[in-house]
Write a protein that binds this ligand. Structure first.
Ligand code: PFF
Length: 452
């Protein structure tokens, strides 16, 4: 059986608090900003189907494993992996998973905060009536003005980092839990309101067909790989974020149930976002494959034209900021927990230090859209490179290590006891983490390496 270990950072007050927090981590820019545009770029329904499959056969087993390792280790990912490896009589080298997670945390949050900053600035534009009766051309210009202005982006990036680190500094019970308790239900309600609007937009059925009619001639091998990579990003897997949330999970909570709840909630939000966005895109003859600028360039046009657009536009961007906020908190939490544990810092100090480093790194992303836009490595700007390095390399590698550790390095009796599954359920999980997941991740990884 599992020996009792307690996290020095506190514990969730209930199963529900964990599910809310993990859902808050999973649901973010990945669902609302990234999922719609990569779905648009990859032809719709068939891509969505492959993505759902990836969530089910790779995302779910890795999430179960990551929560399990976290709850068993009860420390930051670096120290959890050291403790667990020792306990299983394995090499201390497994700690590298924790270190790569800390690095990935800094890198992901540095650009995530800049994009979230765009969303913050759009709240102000929306509420100020900037989008009222706006043309597509003008909307593109406004987005262009934002990304070409380093000072303005720096301001919003700074504000977003500020609110993120404020919550992180207050700690698990004080900050994270209270914040997500409020944020997650609000997010669901706001999305439902938007889907409700989309139903009457005139483009609803077209949007639904686009999302759910699987035409496999439209999906490429690259599309399959993008779907698999996105499964990691959207479920916050492979860098210790879900592991650290798992370390705050009470002993008596079912990991399997919690995983299914989070994965389903994350998927539902992505699909709801798609169902809110694509009908608006089609009703206004906009382009589904517009790329990363999809929501920032095209939605203001829709909001500007619809009745009550000021209200709905403002709500939408507030929703996006909330979603990004609760994800950002989880991206940096492994770093902060590690600084507290191993560097003897107070939580407040650890938050300030890690926030400042991330903020500084974020300046590179801000500049990559303007002054440094010509600065390229492997034909990518700094922002593209950071996104590529983390999403396509670091997260899948982290996920691979998690699957291998949970599936092969850990004793069956340990993983079985922690997961609390019946024999047949345990066998399915084991086959997935031992064979299916590693093979799928290696395919993604090798393919991406080839593309460099
Ligand atoms: N899952 C978040 C999203 O979909 O926006 C992003 C994310 C959070 C990635 C936490 C990685 C992570 F560790």
């Amino acid at each position: 059986m599992v020996e009792a270990r307690n996290s020095i950072h506190g514990q969730w007050s209930s199963r529900w608090a964990f599910v809310l927090a993990a859902t808050g981590s999973a649901v973010g820019l990945g669902n609302i900003w990234k999922f719609p545009y990569i779905t648009g770029e990859n032809g719709g329904g068939a891509f969505v189907l492959v993505y759902l499959l990836c969530i089910a056969v790779v995302g779910v087993p890795v999430m179960m494993s990551e929560i399990m390792l976290g709850r068993r280790g009860r420390q930051s990912p670096i120290n959890t992996m050291r403790t667990l490896a020792r306990e299983e009589g394995r090499s201390g080298g497994w700690q590298i998973l924790g270190f790569s997670g800390v690095l990935a945390g800094f890198l992901i949050l540095s650009f995530y905060s800049v994009i979230a900053g765009w969303a913050l600035s759009y709240v102000v534009s929306a509420v100020g009536g900037t989008f009222t009766a706006i043309t597509a051309e003008r909307s593109g210009e406004i987005f262009g003005e934002l990304v070409s202005n380093p000072g303005v982006q720096l301001f919003w990036h700074t504000l977003f980092m500020g609110i993120t680190m404020f919550v992180v500094a207050r700690g698990v019970r004080e900050g994270l839990e209270r914040a997500v308790r409020l944020l997650m239900p609000a997010l669901f309600v706001l999305l439902l309101v938007l889907v409700g609007y989309a139903m009457n937009s005139g483009g609803f059925m077209q949007g639904v067909h686009f999302l759910f009619d699987a035409d496999f001639s439209k999906i490429t091998t690259d599309g399959v790989l993008i779907a698999l990579g996105h499964a990691f990003f959207t479920l916050s897997l492979g860098m210790g974020a879900i592991m650290i949330y798992g370390s705050y999970l009470p002993e008596n909570v079912s990991i399997t149930q919690a995983t299914f709840t989070v994965a389903i909630a994350d998927t539902v939000v992505a699909l709801l976002a798609g169902m809110a966005i694509f009908p608006i895109v089609f009703a206004n003859s906009l382009e589904p494959g517009a790329g990363p600028g999809l929501i920032f360039q095209t939605l203001p046009v829709a909001f500007g034209a619809m009745p009550g657009g000021l209200f709905f536009g403002t709500l939408f961007f507030i929703l996006l900021v909330f979603a990004a906020w609760s994800s950002a908190i989880s991206i940096i939490e492994p770093v902060v927990a590690w600084l507290v544990e191993s560097r003897g810092m107070s939580r407040k100090r650890a938050s300030i230090v890690s926030g400042l480093i991330t903020w500084l790194l974020g300046i590179a992303t801000v500049l990559s859209f303007n002054l440094w836009s010509e600065l390229k490595l492997f034909d990518k700007t700094i922002f593209d490179l950071l996104d590529y390095l983390t999403t396509n390399i670091m997260l899948p590698l982290g996920g691979l290590m998690i699957a291998l550790f949970a599936g092969w390095a850990m004793k069956n009796s340990h993983s079985m006891g922690e997961l609390g599954l019946k024999r047949s359920g345990y066998k399915i999980w084991q086959i997935l983490v031992r064979y299916v997941t590693p093979v799928a991740i290696l395919v993604v990884f090798l393919n991406k390496i080839e593309l460099i």
